[in-house]
Design a binder for this molecule. Structure first.
Ligand code: SF4
Length: 196
């Protein structure tokens, strides 16, 4: 069994809905077909950007994304559907996200009819501890650099220094051990490298 197959199986055992695709293009086609004529909030995600989901879903849904000029506010938080990626995904089925403002992790916990977590195979790590390590030392530094933050990880190198910088983007870490009660959560796994 491949790491991706092991992860899919572990997620299903934890109660997540799971769909698996060979390519980002196939996953984008799927999401474009199942999310229709509704309101959609977007978490800031390079995975979603690479899949052009803003443009695709925006042609037949009401979409809200702060990466596309829409201010952070209640619209995305109260949308029927929320779409985002993850910072780490354990082969044992835990889903890890780090956030600075909190909008993205909050939406994985509460407030929507359905949440889609879209993740390329590069997000997978063997254990929960490894997934947290990945989120802290791979995803967060790359995001800090992308956002041009004055943090040691962005300036010096791609690892976490547990900085106390005012620019620190890592202010909360959420591990989902399963979908939250009452909120359907589907993990869309893609057998390609996507995002950070
Ligand atoms: S805590 Fe600071 S050093 Fe560590 S990844 Fe986050 S921003 Fe970078």
């Amino acid at each position: 069994m491949s790491p991706l197959e092991r992860t899919a199986e572990a997620l299903r055992q934890r109660g997540f809905a799971v769909s698996v695709f060979a390519t980002a293009a196939e996953a984008a086609d799927y999401l474009d077909s199942v999310i229709d004529r509704t309101t959609v909030g977007f978490g800031g995600s390079m995975t979603l950007e690479a899949m052009h989901l803003w443009e695709r879903l925006g042609s037949h849904n009401e979409v809200y994304s702060h990466l596309h000029g829409f201010p952070l506010g209640p619209e995305a938080a109260e949308a029927a559907v929320y779409v985002t990626s993850v910072n780490g995904l354990a082969e044992t089925g835990e889903v890890v996200n780090i956030d600075g403002i909190g909008n993205r992790v909050a939406s994985t916990l509460y407030g929507h009819e359905k949440v889609y977590l879209v993740a390329g195979r590069n997000k997978i790590a063997p254990t929960e501890e490894d997934a947290v390590f990945r989120a802290r030392n791979t995803a967060a530094p790359l995001n800090a650099r992308r956002k041009k933050m004055r943090t040691p990880c962005a300036v010096n190198g791609e690892r976490c220094y547990d900085c106390k910088s005012p620019d620190r983007i890592c202010r909360g870490l959420v591990v989902l051990w399963g979908p939250m009660t009452g909120m359907e959560t589907e993990v869309v796994l893609i057998d390609e490298e996507l995002g950070y």
